[in-house]
Design a protein around this ligand. Structure first.
Ligand code: SF4
Ligand code: SF4
Ligand code: SF4
Length: 257
């Protein structure tokens, strides 16, 4: 019997599912070793249970939590797919403001009475999947890396722990012999961001913003000291800490209460 795998999306751009749908020639290899039983983006089939459920997207409303818990009950293994599921995604930034403030910012011309009656936005609060149900594994990144997805799938099929790196992006960046962005007046979260992307951003001259989250034991204080020494204001540092990783900031706030 082939393992049954399923994909589910919550609040997301569906870019991570698209990475899987676009596996190209590897799709045939995948189809030979697993049964894809549910994947709304590419098929209409439904299933009653799964061996591996991949969850994309942040969990936003009570109705989403209910749906996610039902999926958890039906699957042996649950994998958070991409930054939205892993950390709550860029959309988690909106947790900083009330629902009405967010609505007014996005729809400045909306009438007050329409904003007040919009029940959908009553209590949005973006969460990562592991804040609602047990997550067995994470495939990080925005979007996920297709090669890494295959590696994780192969490991899971063989009952092994998926090979997600737990060292910083700087390691991959140094191996590529890139010029460090700090030496040319730019900034980078590479020293505390989780590797596995091949340091793709700094390799193309862009700052790493830690879309893959932090390594297990980041020297976060040292990273902030470096950014301060480079002249960044508290707001600029917070910007770099919140783009993809506002989950950690919320956790810090919670712990300091
Ligand atoms: S992690 Fe990025 S690519 Fe994946 S669903 Fe979220 S926003 Fe889209
Ligand atoms: S550019 Fe960024 S990832 Fe590369 S070595 Fe410098 S700090 Fe590390
Ligand atoms: S370099 Fe940083 S921001 Fe870019 S993909 Fe890798 S972890 Fe994400």
């Amino acid at each position: 019997m082939k393992p049954k795998i399923a994909f589910f999306d919550f609040a997301s751009c569906e870019g991570c599912q698209l990475q899987v749908a676009n596996l190209e020639e590897s799709v045939i290899d995948v189809a030979e070793v697993v049964d894809v039983v549910e994947f709304r983006e590419v098929m209409t089939n439904k299933a009653e249970s799964y061996d591996i459920a991949f969850i994309e997207g942040s969990i936003t409303r009570p109705i989403d939590e209910k749906r996610l818990k039902a999926i958890r009950k039906k699957t042996k293994t649950l994998v958070a797919l991409g930054t939205c599921a892993h950390l709550g995604g860029v959309q988690r930034l909106s947790n900083q403001w009330s629902a009405k403030e967010n609505l007014k910012e996005v729809y400045p011309d909306a009438k007050e009475k329409d904003i007040n009656k919009n029940e959908f936005f009553e209590k949005p609060h973006h969460k990562a999947v592991d804040e609602v149900v047990k997550v067995d594994y994470v495939i990080p990144g925005c979007p996920i890396d297709r090669t890494e997805f295959i590696k994780v799938l192969v490991a899971l099929i063989h009952g092994k722990k998926p090979p997600i790196p737990d060292y910083p992006v700087c390691v991959e960046c140094k191996k590529k012999e890139n010029i460090c962005l700090f030496t040319i007046g730019k900034f980078c979260m590479g020293p505390i961001a989780r590797a596995g992307c091949g340091a793709i951003c700094p390799s193309h001259g862009s700052e790493c913003e830690a879309c893959r989250g932090y390594i297990s034991h980041p020297h976060e204080r040292a990273q902030i000291d470096v950014l301060e020494d480079c002249g960044l204001s508290a707001d600029e540092i917070m910007h770099r800490k919140t783009m993809f990783t506002y989950k950690y900031v919320e956790k810090e706030k919670e712990e300091s209460k």
